[in-house]
Design a protein around this ligand. Structure first.
Ligand SMILES: [Zn+2]
Length: 251
């Protein structure tokens, strides 16, 4: 490892759980972040700063003024520019040693296999159920750990789904099916405090790094629920749904 690389990551290389061996694993890791929004912004910043060697970003949108309240990757000069391009430029400024791949598209059945097959771990910070269910189903098919978070108002949730393993639930085990459009509250209609997105996106980065290094206790099998108004975290045990159409072989 070069001196400048060692120096850049010095504060995490001294951690006994990481070391130079762990840093090499981070540099070799390939992580896909779906959605460069409120969750994706902090997740991307911390993953790039930690030296994740290959980071993919999926987003089809452009930067809007109302994004800047929580999407900390972006600045005024990015307005109306594609989010993936603005994000890639910001991350390259932060860490030019890593490889950033942009996917400016809306994920659907026709393109998702090709996109996710190039990565080891997937982070889903998307804002709609259609994408979340599609990503879940494909992560099981491709056997990729899925770090999934959601935010609303002053609260958030996060879990890691590895439904391809026996006894470990998938997203669909917990949420069953796509709710009818317009029946669920969303950040655009019900609001979100920016720092809540920051908290949950940062937790996503922590889970992704733990997954690469295989350290600590994964959130797989648990849902971590955050209440920002009470400043309270609750960890809820999740169970594999015996009738799950995606991850239960007998279903
Ligand atoms: Zn399932």
């Amino acid at each position: 490892m070069q001196f400048t690389t060692k120096n850049r990551y010095a504060r995490q290389i001294i951690l006994p759980q990481i070391g130079e061996v762990g840093q090499k694993k981070l540099i070799e890791a390939k992580i896909l972040v779906i959605g460069a929004g409120g969750l994706g912004s902090p997740a991307l910043l911390y993953l790039a700063a930690a030296g994740i060697g290959t980071i993919g970003i999926v987003d089809f949108d452009v930067v809007e003024l109302s994004n800047l309240q929580r999407q900390v990757l972006f600045e005024i000069s990015d307005l109306k520019h594609p989010k993936v391009e603005a994000a890639a430029a910001a991350l390259a400024d932060l860490n030019p040693e890593i490889n950033i791949i942009t996917h400016q598209l809306k994920l659907d059945d026709s393109n998702i296999d090709e996109v996710i097959s190039g990565y080891d771990i997937v982070l889903d910070g998307s804002d709609n159920y259609t994408t979340r269910f599609l990503v879940n189903d494909k992560c099981i098919e491709h056997k990729k750990p899925l770090v999934s978070a959601a935010i609303l108002a002053f609260s958030g949730q996060i879990s890691v789904f590895k439904g391809y393993n026996p006894n470990q639930p998938c997203y669909r085990c917990v949420y069953a099916d796509i709710p009818p459009e317009g029946t669920m509250p969303s950040c655009s209609t019900n609001g979100i405090l920016g720092s809540i997105a920051g908290t949950m996106g940062t937790l996503m980065a922590t889970e992704a790094v733990k997954e690469v290094l295989q350290i600590g206790e994964s959130l797989s099998g648990y849902l971590l629920v955050y209440d920002g108004l009470k400043q309270e975290f609750r960890k809820v045990k999740l169970h594999k749904d015996e009738g799950c159409i995606t991850c239960h072989p007998a279903a």
